[in-house]
Design a protein around this ligand. Structure first.
Ligand code: UDX
Length: 456
């Protein structure tokens, strides 16, 4: 990878929103900038810095206070209260951090998570470049944009929705905050819409996607805004091959010991294991958990299932003991390493944007079981647009039944539809790699971004 001349003296500060699904892409993008010769400082919150269990290599980490140093957003009453305090305290502590470097190595650019829009005001006040980093898909960003500008009103009237730049969507393909837009979802909605409060004033709009993946919507958005696709942020060493034994997976906010997973996977045949995870936030109801457990068992496949510690009590009693021959239930795992392992043949996923990009980039077919937020829209694209997975169907009670789980897994692992899905996902994997390889669309965009900073 070529290093831009003058890059080493260009200092970039990166501010992620303090949640796993936001930390990972911004951390991975930071590493990419480091590999291109930039000096990068990751500004996490104090609470996250205390929680981080693995160290992010050579990247500098310098924490700021968000006003919740002892618990982060989880201890705030709701997301809007968290965000208000983060803005009040963070505007000051972020400015102090930039000032701290002003003599030795002044910060030239602030790359901030689009969910922290006030960071742009800090950048403007201090006279540095502001780049908004969107961690979700262009499709989801465009839907939220339409809502923020009153072009799509909530609650949305069905059964379908037409949004310029996007395929025809059914109302329940929309992000759940848009679809329901009531109670706590209304609070979440106003929080995600804040991404668009000032984004037109940002110097750069970086999105964790790649051109070919969201061809139509990227083209549509590019006519209006200077967006730069820079994804997938999945580290290139994972894209090069499906491998064993690599432990450089990124930031983990949960306890992690990689050895047992890898050892277990190493004993399994190629493409024989179903990997199951619902990310860092989604909570399943007890009934859903039970259906999932027996669906997995009945599929008769090997499975590696991530059940976060906070969810463990919902597992059916004796399930772990009764299935120990076939399955491994863990509270967290190095997901990139697992998805890159040759033994994994299917990913039963909640369709978080990172999980979706990771599976697609590593060529792993999916069973989509979206839960909330942007996952419903991602699930639509996984199944109907990219055709890299099957959708597990919910019944009238909103539950995916064990029979359907078993059926979807068997179809993806062994069925005719599964063969087609495997061909498709292989194609997307190659296109993802092409985008980030030297000279690819995302790589060129990153080079342009760096050149802009260096020449500035
Ligand atoms: C949240 C939202 O739910 C998601 O839809 C949105 O796009 C980003 O914010 P999360 O639910 O955590 O994220 O899902 P996801 O986006 O998939 O991110 C989870 C990250 O944690 C992934 O990078 C994944 O590799 C990692 N992970 C997950 C692990 O490393 N180990 C695990 O056991 C599970």
């Amino acid at each position: 990878m070529e290093k831009e001349e003058g890059a080493s003296s260009t200092h970039v500060l990166v501010l992620p929103f303090p949640a796993q699904g936001h930390m990972n892409p911004l951390f991975q993008f930071s590493n990419r900038l480091v590999s291109k010769g930039l000096k990068v400082t990751l500004a996490t919150t104090i609470f996250i810095a205390k929680t981080m269990k693995s160290h992010p290599g050579s990247l500098i980490v310098d924490p700021i206070s968000d006003g919740f140093d002892d618990g982060g957003w989880a201890v705030a009453e709701d997301m809007n209260i968290y965000k208000e305090r983060f803005e009040a305290v963070g505007s000051r502590t972020l400015a102090e951090l930039v000032e701290k470097y002003s003599h030795d190595c002044p910060v030239k650019c602030l790359i901030y998570d689009s969910h922290i829009p006030w960071a742009l005001d800090v950048a403007k006040k201090l006279g540095i470049v502001g780049a908004s980093f969107f961690t979700q898909s262009c499709a989801v960003d465009l839907i939220y944009y339409n809502v923020s500008r009153g072009l799509l009103s909530t609650p949305v009237q069905g059964p379908t929705v037409t949004i310029p730049g996007l395929p025809l969507l059914e109302v329940n393909d929309l992000p759940s905050f848009v679809y329901y837009a009531l109670g706590s979802y209304a609070t979440h909605l106003s929080s995600v819409l804040s991404q668009f409060s000032n984004f037109e004033k940002a110097d750069w709009l970086l999105v964790n996607t790649f051109d070919k993946l969201e061809d139509e919507v990227v083209q549509w958005m590019s006519k209006k805004w200077r967006i730069k696709t820079i994804g997938p942020t999945v580290p290139s060493m994972y894209l090069d091959k499906r491998m064993e034994g690599n432990t450089d997976y990124g930031i983990n906010l949960f306890h992690l010991d990689t050895d047992p997973f890898v050892k277990w996977l190493n004993t399994k045949e190629t493409s024989s294991v179903v990997y199951v995870s619902f990310g860092s936030l989604a909570e399943l109801g007890e009934e859903q958990m039970e259906e999932l457990a027996w669906g997995l068992k009945n599929s008769n496949s090997y499975f590696l299932w991530v059940v976060r510690a906070s969810e463990e009590t919902k597992l059916p009693s004796k399930f772990v003991e009764e299935t120990s021959e076939k399955g491994m239930v863990v509270t967290w795992c190095p997901q990139l390493e697992v998805l890159a392992h040759r033994a994994v043949g299917c990913f039963m996923t909640h369709c978080g944007w990172n999980s979706t990009l990771e599976a697609l980039s590593l060529g792993v077919p999916m069973v989509a079981m979206p839960q909330w937020t942007d996952q419903t829209t991602n699930g639509k694209f996984v199944v109907d647009i990219w055709e890299v997975g099957l959708r597990a169907r919910v019944d009238e009670k909103g539950i995916v039944r064990r029979e359907d789980i078993e059926l979807c897994i068997k179809e993806v692992m062994e069925g005719d539809k599964g063969k087609e899905i495997k061909r498709n996902v292989k194609k997307w994997k190659e296109l993802a790699k092409e985008a980030v390889d030297e000279g690819g669309s995302s790589d060129k965009n990153i080079e342009d971004f760096i050149a802009g900073l260096v020449c500035d």
